[in-house]
Design a protein around this ligand. Sequence first.
Ligand code: PEP
Ligand code: MN
Length: 337
Amino acid sequence: MIVVMRADATEVQVEQVVDTLKKFGFTAHLSKGVERTVIGAIGDKSGLDKRVIEMLPGVSELVPIRKPYKLVSREIHSKDSIIKISDQVSIGGNSPVVVMAGPCAVENETMIIEIAKTVKAAGATVLRGGAFKPRTSPYSFQGLGETGLKYMAQARKETGLPIATEVMDTRDVELVAKYADILQIGARNMQNFNLLKEVGKTKKPILLKRGPAATIEELLMSAEYIYAEGNPNIIFCERGIKTMENYTRNTLDLSAVPVIKSLSHLPVIADPSHGTGKWDLVEPMALAAVASGAHGLMIEVHPHPESAQSDGPQSLTYKNFTVLMQKVRAIEKVIRS
Ligand code: PEP
Ligand code: MN
C-alpha cells in the first residue's frame, strides 16, 4: 500500500510513519515529490490495523497498490525515474535517447577499441559487448570471459563511454560488476530469480531484457525482485518475443514500450538487433522504437558482420550505424518537441 502524506507533513512525521511501518514488519520506500511525500509500504498487511497508520500525524490517506508488482509500479512513483549511468549519461524521463552500441561479443582488444571509437563518433553513448555469451549451442563461441571484460574496460578508458555487458551466473556477479557500468540480464535469464536477487544487491544499473516467452507483467515482476533487494536502478529492454511469425528471429513487440511506460516509472529501451535478427530491419525498427517513446536503443555493430563470431546477420556496419544515428537524433527531436 501507499501512505500518502499531507502536503504540510514534517520530516519528523514522515519518520514516525516509517518507524511504525517497520514495527509491523513492512519495508518502507520513500518517494519525495515537490508537492508531497509518499511512502510505499511493502509487506504482509494481514496483521495491520490500518487505522494505526491513518491516525498518525501528517498522514493524508492510505491507498492500496492493486498491481502484483509494487516498487516498480507507477502507482508508487508517479514520475519517471532517471537512472545515472555515468557522470555524462543518464537514462529516463526526458534525458536524451541513450544508444548502447557495439558487437554482440568482444572478440579482441583492437577490435573493441576501434568499435568503441567509431560508435562514439557516430553518437552512441554506451558501449555494449558480451564477454559471457548465452549461446544456443555449446559448440558456439562462448565469449572471452574476464579477458573480454578487461578489453571493454580499456575501450572505456580510451573513449569515456560507459560499458554494458551481460552477467549470466550468480557466481560472476562480483567479477562483472567490478568492470561494468551496466549489468545486463539476458533474455534467457529474465526469470533466473537467484541471479536477479544477486544483481539486486549491487547498486549498478541493471539492463533487464524481456524473456522470449515472457509477458510484460512477468517482466515487471522480475524487476520487482531486483528492486526489492535494494537496487532501484533498472532499465527494461524489449528485445522481441517468440510468436508464430518466423520470418524474423523474434517479433519485436514495440507496443510493450508505451505499455511499460504506463505501468512503470522505470526507463525502457528497445533492441531491434535481437528483435529482428536481420540487419536491414534494424534501422526501421530502431526509428519506430524511438518514435514509440523508448528511452534508448541497443544496437549490434561490427566492422565485418560477415565474419563476426556471433550475430553477424543482425549487426550493422559502421556506415549503416552512422546513418542510423543521424536518423535517430532527427526522430528524437520530433518526438520530444
Ligand atoms: C545480447 O544482447 O547479446 C543478447 C544475448 O541478447 P538477448 O539476451 O536479448 O538474447
Ligand atoms: Mn547478440
